[in-house]
Design a protein around this ligand. Structure first.
Ligand code: SF4
Length: 328
């Protein structure tokens, strides 16, 4: 008897496995839902506001006021979101969260001028194979530079990592670069993390060598995941992260029984039966074998297709020919 392998790996899953193999198992294999948290929901809200800024507002009109209007729209939409309802915040707590989101959106403008950005995709889902392994990631924003090169932008609403964690964060960046190369056939000129709260940009220029290094690291992690599944051996790794871990009730380091996690996962999601995608991502997926067919994105404000009536969303746009995205 062995545990089923996860269907795919994403940057967050790679990072989760390195942080604590047992927490990875609970999330990616047992698929135990994590309860919504204020930071996660606030992050979603800010991402949706910035997505709307690039989707619905033409260049030249992307002001701080326009961004706040997009935040208000996202806020109204969120009122019926199950994750939001599950948080069950008091009116005061909800107002506090909205105020924090407003500050994050405001601080974004200290990092770049959105009118100078040609965004050709938002919330772009990409996947590519690395041997038998499926790699999957969502790119917050894909930009086109005047010389035809691409920039991948990822918004961060948490704290800037310390020096020790910086390399780990940039590891996720190389993951995105690899996906771009496999799906679009173009290595991005730059991948940047925009830390809104602290107004810090971490960026790197990917290379063939960094892609190779990423592949080696991911292969090694996948081999470790396969081995752990085969032996049913996912060990807890207690650390400061435990205080934010949703799985303490099933963690032996906290007196729990891991065997009960899968039972609990099925109880919490009746009918799932262990099938379906691990990540739960819906919408159009850009897969490497179909790269030559085009690029389906959520962007619409920069002359590469009119915005869909329904507003931001993955896959609501027609596919863009690759040569429109990266000429030359
Ligand atoms: S409580 Fe700590 S050791 Fe246990 S699963 Fe969570 S992160 Fe790992």
């Amino acid at each position: 008897m062995s545990l089923p392998l996860p269907h795919s790996l994403s940057p967050s899953k790679v990072s989760a496995f390195k942080d604590c193999a047992l927490a990875f198992r609970f999330s990616a294999i047992d698929r135990l839902p994590e309860p919504p948290s204020v930071p996660a929901v606030r992050g979603t809200l800010v991402h949706r506001a910035l997505e709307g800024l690039f989707w619905s507002v033409p260049r030249g009109q992307r002001t701080a006021e326009a961004a706040q209007a997009q935040l208000e729209r996202a806020w109204e939409e969120m009122q019926s979101d199950p994750e939001w309802l599950d948080l069950a915040l008091s009116p005061e707590e909800a107002a506090g969260m909205l105020a924090e989101a407003r500050v994050l959106v405001e601080r974004y403008f200290g990092l770049e001028d959105p009118d100078s950005v040609v965004a050709i995709g938002t919330e772009v889902v990409m996947e590519a194979r690395l041997g038998s392994l499926l790699l999957r990631g969502i790119i917050d924003r894909l930009d086109l530079l005047p010389d035809g090169s691409l920039v991948v932008t990822d918004y961060k609403t948490g704290k800037v990592p310390g020096v020790a964690q910086e390399q780990a964060r940039l590891g996720g960046v190389h993951f995105y670069a690899f996906l771009c190369r496999e799906v679009l056939g173009v290595l991005p000129a730059r991948v940047q993390l925009l830390y809104l709260k602290d107004q810090v940009v971490l960026s790197t220029e990917p290379s063939e060598q960094s892609c190779w290094g990423l592949c080696q690291r991911v292969r090694a992690i996948w081999a470790a995941v396969e081995r752990a599944c085969r032996l049913e051996d996912f060990r807890p790794k207690p650390s400061a992260l435990c205080q934010w871990c949703s799985y303490r009730a099933w963690c032996p380091a906290w007196g729990g029984d891991p065997a009960l996690a899968r039972v609990e996962a099925l109880r919490m999601a009746p009918g799932r039966g262990g099938g379906g995608p691990v990540e739960g991502i819906e919408g159009v997926v850009l897969a490497a074998p179909a790269a030559s067919a085009g690029v389906a994105t959520g962007a619409g404000g920069d002359g590469l297709g009119a915005p869909a009536p329904g507003g931001p969303g993955v896959g609501s746009q027609p596919a863009l020919p690759l040569d429109m995205v990266a000429p030359g």
